[in-house]
Design a protein around this ligand. Structure first.
Ligand SMILES: Nc1ncnc2c1ncn2[C@@H]1O[C@H](COP(=O)(O)OP(=O)(O)OP(=O)(O)O)[C@@H](O)[C@H]1O
Length: 242
């Protein structure tokens, strides 16, 4: 059974069509990355998946009892509040100190229980957020630009951590990222979104596209190369005016 399936899902808010006829599915243990330009609906798709938005049309089915661990773009609470990493991990559920220690270790930040959130580096904070998601024993990890603000080595290290988690737990990983040159190597499949699914496939197919190679290494422009790969259709027909 797939972890989840989107069948011809559209989302409109007011007069604006944000997502149009999106169909996708994920198998257990897969790492899938969603790329696309700003405003292309990536975060909206994740919100539909975790159930905080409902489709206007189409159907989203999730495997029975699917537990999703969500790592947001940034912390929704003030990071300067006096709060330790252990406090953050205990906010939503009652957890034993041993569970906290184990989750932090698995996320690559062992021993930081008593550290104030305000004293964590960006990379450490993202790992604490990952630890928080792992506490729910997810079968699917969902990461929304979780490496924003990290430097290049920090980004690469974070994705290595994610791969380790996947290897150890066998959970699926769905992520939105602009760090295409890094996530390409870590992903089983890449989906390019621009209000609808433009193209998708194995990273090596995408990486061999001349458009991609021409732009490879030019930071987030790599995402643009992927986005133009196999581009044989007109976006204006499926997007409402923004
Ligand atoms: N609640 C809302 N009401 C109206 N428009 C919305 C709402 N939420 C999102 N949008 C619009 O939907 C579009 C897609 O937004 P979304 O945040 O999903 O894009 P994104 O691909 O994640 O962008 P980015 O790469 O900049 O994070 C944008 O044009 C945004 O303005």
């Amino acid at each position: 059974m797939d972890l989840f399936e989107f069948a011809d899902v559209s989302l409109r808010i007011g007069d604006i069509t944000i997502l149009s006829h999106v169909s996708m599915r994920m198998e257990p243990g897969e790492i899938v990355t969603i790329v696309g330009p700003n405003g292309s609906g990536k975060s909206t798709l994740l919100r539909l998946l975790i159930g905080s938005l409902t489709p206007s049309e189409g159907r989203i089915s999730r495997d029975r009892g699917l537990r999703i661990g969500y790592v947001p773009q940034r912390l929704a609470i003030d990071p300067t509040l006096p709060m330790t990493a252990a406090d953050l991990l205990s906010l939503r559920r009652k957890v034993r100190p041993a569970q906290i220690a184990q989750a932090l270790a698995e996320a690559g930040v062992a021993g930081l229980e008593r550290r104030q959130i305000s004293a964590l580096s960006g990379g450490q904070l993202q790992r604490v957020m990952l630890a928080r998601a792992l506490l729910g024993e997810p079968r699917l990890l969902v990461l929304d630009e979780a490496t924003q603000g990290l430097d290049q080595p920090g980004v690469a290290a974070f994705y290595r951590q994610i791969e380790q988690v996947r290897r150890r737990r066998g959970c699926g990983v769905l992520m939105v990222s602009h760090d295409l040159h890094v996530v390409m190597s870590a992903s089983d499949r890449v989906i390019c979104l621009n209000g609808h699914v433009c193209c998708q496939g194995a990273p090596h197919h995408v990486a061999s596209a001349p458009e991609y190679r021409a732009l490879f290494g030019e930071g987030t422009q790599g995402a643009l190369a992927l986005y133009t790969h196999h581009h044989d259709h007109d976006h204006d027909r499926t997007r409402a005016a923004e």
